[in-house]
Write a protein that binds this ligand. Structure first.
Ligand code: MTE
Ligand code: HPA
Ligand code: MOS
Length: 751
């Protein structure tokens, strides 16, 4: 089934926040933010700005009736700064005017004096100064100290990965409208409607039921709208509370880039120990996470880094620690993979480092250590239904890896200016929110009396096509044509207390809730149909808009059964609730079974490097991916392709840059390069691994949103392979992104 949004998207008819027809008395908001990364506010003068014709009011922390606190995990982030500022771009005030351009004019007239304080921009500096968000976390398995003494080889090194800008096509935004009795309805571009509702209520000092959040769809989120869609909606809501007029606030790209957090940069050190047969016996790693100026989701992201510190490998002795370092950058946040990619880049760096020192191919060490059934992860979960080796083997066989290696070697022998490189990248990604209590969802299904169906869930559509999957599950379970089913907006008054659409778990959680609700409805309708046909309930089923008896089509239509049920006063609505079974985690011991299952896969990346220019082109990426039993292969393959492009971008061309004053230098699309159609691999082959699927996945169709991003890590090591072919003296460094500038320097380092 094709994506139900494709028709509207292609025709430009799909609605986003900015497309809503606004009420006539709508006002427009704009943030005044800190021009300094760290300091004490001495004085702010709003007088000139307030006098601009058309400016209605300028809001500050003094206008807050509830708490000036928007922190999700830790209460460490004000909505608007009070006496101090902690990052450049930190919101201080909110200008509300009759137009956006007037608000902009007013903003330029605000003057501020700040006593500057020392600025920290890197995690290392923060560690030196003891500047942390919270206490460190540490996962341990076996005894690394003892294991290292028994290793034949021990290597140490360091690895750095940079941040990444989400660059959702639709910037952050919201539209807040006053309703009767002080209630407020907010249309928000958020992955977490309940998070927005909860924080708005907290800051306004009102009950959650007075705040309604509605989400139509997002023009991309990628984690950037899991928590960071909230502040803008809260600002607009504060203004609505005071002014009793609708307030619209859509960030322009410049403001969005400057004020929002990104993927966390990581500085890490590792020690890896191997035996002669290339078995990794011990791994010791310290991750320094650059969290930015407030916690945001950093503690949860940090946790996932530890969960993925050994990627798809079994290592019997692991000692891992992560420190969330407080710096003067915008609070970094969720980004596809949620700390997993950062963790995996370090173990891949360690393996590459060891391979270089030992003079073996990196893939030999990878292959020798792949996970198998029954292996224990450092957090205590026992790996089951492991597909690591199956994916690896199938990748090598189906895409003839040995032949590719020979072709590359031959090419490199015959060419001096162009060099090719190859890499293999296995992945194992845990599915479930690492915070067990978040793994639940609800769905509300109405069958209308004409037989058409409306579906509300807690799932937010952000381009990942979750709505199409929800529709598919509904139509399948009810046995009706998809055209009879409509997906409603995501609204807190219909489906409450939702977890954000994140952790790749949205379809699993909400889909299972849909499944449960539809099954309950079918049970009731079965009874009605059985009476109508005078047969036993057990032999009735619904399919193709008809009732089947003993798997034979009867003359009874879906609509007739619904009509009869209605006249018999049978409930045609149902609320389904699903909570992932089995999972648990004990944070005091750092052990448990946090994931419903893992997603596996392996990618081959082939690149050609221009050794005069340092530029590169990806010839091909060839993947075997574990979709389980995909319920929609077209959509799932689209997710793999998109995630791959985003992963390659993170590893190669996307370079976030801050200066020592904490100013974002890559603050435009001319100074921040994202992958475009020209940088996508010329060939992308994706083969689904054939399995029976995993019963913990909805309809055995595994989560797919984030895992394939980590195939992009293969791009770094493919380039490194090509550089080695050109420069025999090159000593591998692990400092992503591998931009053309860095490639050029590497090609000629010590040459
Ligand atoms: N795909 C598109 N087109 N747009 C997005 O914003 N977000 C990604 C992924 N795929 C995203 C996307 C992220 S970060 C996650 S966690 C998942 O989708 C969320 O959706 P799911 O849980 O339905 O997979
Ligand atoms: N993944 C994504 N988002 C999250 C998670 C997670 O594990 N936990 C909290 N938010
Ligand atoms: Mo995705 S980073 O879990 O929104």
């Amino acid at each position: 089934m094709r994506n139900i949004d494709s028709y509207g998207h292609v025709r430009g008819e799909s609605l986003f926040v900015d497309d809503i027809i606004v009420r006539q008395d709508t006002l427009y908001g704009l943030t005044f933010d800190s021009p300094i990364a760290h300091g004490k506010i001495k004085n702010i003068n709003y007088d000139k700005a307030a006098q601009v014709d058309g400016v209605i009011k300028i809001f500050t922390h003094k206008d807050i009736n509830g708490e000036n606190q928007i922190g999700g995990i830790l209460p460490d982030e004000p909505l608007w700064a009070e006496d101090e500022v902690h990052f450049m771009g930190q919101p201080i005030a909110f200008i509300v005017a009759i137009s956006e351009s007037i608000a902009k004019k007013a903003r330029a007239l605000i003057t501020i004096e700040i006593d500057e304080l020392p600025v920290i921009t890197t995690a290392k500096e923060a560690k030196e100064k003891g500047s942390y968000i919270n206490a460190p976390r540490s996962f341990m398995l076996g005894d690394t100290e003892k294991a290292f003494t028994n290793c034949d080889y021990v290597f140490e090194g360091e690895s750095f990965s940079n941040g990444q800008e989400h660059l959702y096509l639709e910037t952050q935004g919201c539209y807040a409208v006053p309703m009767e009795n002080g209630n407020i309805k907010i249309t928000s571009s958020t992955q977490g409607p309940t998070a927005v509702q909860k924080i708005v209520a907290r800051v306004l000092g009102v009950a959650m039921h007075t705040i309604e959040i509605d989400v139509i769809r997002l023009g991309g989120g990628f984690g950037g709208k899991e928590d960071q869609a909230t502040p803008w909606a809260v600002m607009a809501a504060v203004a609505v509370q005071h002014l009793k007029k609708p307030v619209k606030y859509i960030l322009n790209r410049h403001d969005d880039l400057r004020m929002t957090g990104k993927r966390h940069p990581y500085e890490s050190t590792f020690k890896i120990g191997l035996t002669k047969d290339l078995k990794i016996k011990a791994f010791d790693v310290e991750f320094l996470q650059n969290s930015g100026a407030a916690a945001d989701l950093s503690p949860a992201v940090a946790e996932r880094t530890l969960f993925h510190a050994t990627n798809s490998y079994f290592i019997p002795n692991v000692s891992s620690i992560i420190r969330s370092c407080k710096t003067n950058l915008p609070p970094n946040t969720a980004f596809r993979g949620f700390g997993g990619p950062q963790g995996m880049f370090v173990i891949e760096s360690a393996i590459a480092h060891a391979a270089y020192k030992l003079g073996v191919d990196k893939s030999e060490i990878q292959e020798a250590n792949l996970l198998t059934e029954g292996d224990e992860f450092s957090y205590g979960q026992i790996a089951t239904q492991v597909e690591a080796k199956a994916c690896w083997r199938m990748t090598k066989e189906a895409f003839q890896f040995d032949k590719l290696q020979k072709e590359v070697a031959l090419f490199n022998k015959e060419n001096t200016v162009l060099k090719k490189g190859l890499s293999l990248m296995p992945i194992a990604f845990g599915i479930s929110f690492t915070n067990t209590q978040m793994n639940h969802a609800r769905a509300l299904i109405h069958i209308y009396q004409d037989g058409s169906v409306g579906v509300s869930t807690g799932a937010v559509e952000m381009g990942q096509s979750v709505n199409t999957k929800m529709l598919q599950i509904t139509a399948n379970t009810l046995g009706i044509h998809p055209s009879k089913v409509k997906l409603e907006t995501t609204n807190t008054t219909r489906v409450a207390n939702t977890s954000p659409s994140a952790a790749s778990s949205t379809a699993d959680l909400n889909g299972n809730a849909v499944l449960k609700a539809c099954s309950a409805l079918i049970k009731r309708l079965t009874k009605v149909a059985a009476t109508m046909l005078s047969v036993e309930e057990e032999i009735i089923s619904f399919k193709d808009d008809k009732v089947f008896v003993n798997n034979n089509k009867s003359d009874l239509f879906w609509e007739k059964v619904v009509e009869q049920a209605m006249s018999q006063r049978v409930a045609l609505s149902e609320n389904g609730h699903y909570a992932t079974p089995v999972i648990h985690f004990d944070k005091t011991k750092e052990k448990g079974h946090p994931f419903a299952y893992h997603v596996y896969g392996t990618a081959i990346t082939m690149v050609t490097v221009d050794c005069l220019r340092g530029t590169y082109k990806f010839d091909a990426v060839k993947i075997v991916h574990d979709f389980g039993k995909s319920m929609n292969l077209g959509i799932d393959i689209g997710q793999v392709e998109g995630a791959l492009a985003q992963g390659i971008g993170w590893m190669t061309m996307e370079e976030i840059a801050f200066n020592e004053k904490g100013k974002l230098l890559s603050n435009t699309l001319s100074s921040y390069k994202v992958p475009d159609i020209f940088s996508v691999p010329k060939e992308i082959d994706i083969i689904p691994l054939e399995t029976l699927g995993n019963h913990m996945a909805v309809l055995k169709s595994k989560a797919v949103g984030e895992p394939p991003l980590m195939y992009g890590i293969g791009a770094y090591f493919a380039i490194q392979d090509a550089v080695k072919a050109f420069n025999k003296n090159y000593q591998p460094k692990f400092h992503a992104p591998f931009t053309p500038e860095k490639v050029l320097m590497s090609l000629y380092a010590d040459k």
